[in-house]
Design a protein around this ligand. Structure first.
Ligand SMILES: [Zn+2]
Length: 225
């Protein structure tokens, strides 16, 4: 029996965040199988045919998996509490703007968040949305993301350490987490060092195109026939 083929995580290559329903597309298994390689504070639970992972503080499920998770999904933190945690008063506008950030796919722009919020508050100005997003960034609730537009115009409600896949066709920015890759990068800089610079964190921005058809895995040789 080939465990790899029976592993719904590697087969589906798509994970759904149970907190906000975002989709994460992976081209190869993102998690090492040895728990010792998981960074402190991140817990991973592996099963033979299904995988449930607490990764980057979020709970992921394979999209097409027909299994019941062994561990219950954590209850998402209510938006007013998220705001209060960083010292921001939970006004209706702030809650709606944060909701837009979490709901809109692909790391939205301020304009997209504004459009989302005007469905409920038609009078809100784009300037207010910009100012609110800036206050979220300053409070550490949100971060800016570099994109093809050349500046940090896009926003990310996930401030945990992760990488980004940027699709040049759809302009989507897709979150990508891989503790094995993180360990490689950390080891590299620990060994090689950087002149006159102490790295604190890192985030890769990988540019490419989303592929929808079947792909050859990087660790599998082409079949002979
Ligand atoms: Zn992100």
């Amino acid at each position: 029996m080939n465990d790899r083929n029976n592993d719904s995580f590697t087969r589906d290559k798509v994970l759904r965040c149970a907190q906000d329903d975002r989709r994460f597309y992976l081209t190869r298994p993102a998690l090492p199988t040895r728990k010792s390689r998981i960074p402190a504070g991140r817990e991973t639970f592996l099963r033979t045919k299904a995988l449930c992972a607490y990764l980057c503080g979020e709970f992921f499920l394979p999209v097409h998996a027909s299994h019941t998770p062994v561990f219950p999904a954590p209850t998402p933190e209510p938006l007013p509490q998220r705001l209060a945690r960083v010292g921001l008063r939970a006004t209706r506008q702030r809650v709606l703007i944060l909701d837009g950030l979490l709901t809109l796919p692909g790391h939205p722009t301020a304009e997209q968040v504004h459009q989302h919020v005007t469905r409920q508050v038609p009078s809100i100005s784009l300037g207010t949305v910009y100012k609110t997003l800036d206050s979220f960034v300053a409070a550490g609730l949100t971060r800016r993301v570099a994109s093809a537009e050349g500046s940090s115009r896009r926003f990310d409600a996930d401030c945990t350490e992760h990488h980004h896949l940027f699709c040049t066709n759809t302009q989507e920015i897709i979150d990508y987490c891989d503790p094995q890759l993180d360990a490689l990068i950390r080891d590299f800089f620990a060994t090689k060092g950087l002149p006159d610079f102490q790295p604190r964190s890192f985030s890769l921005h990988i540019t490419g195109d989303k592929v929808t058809g079947p792909q050859l895995r990087a660790d599998e040789p082409p079949s002979a026939g």
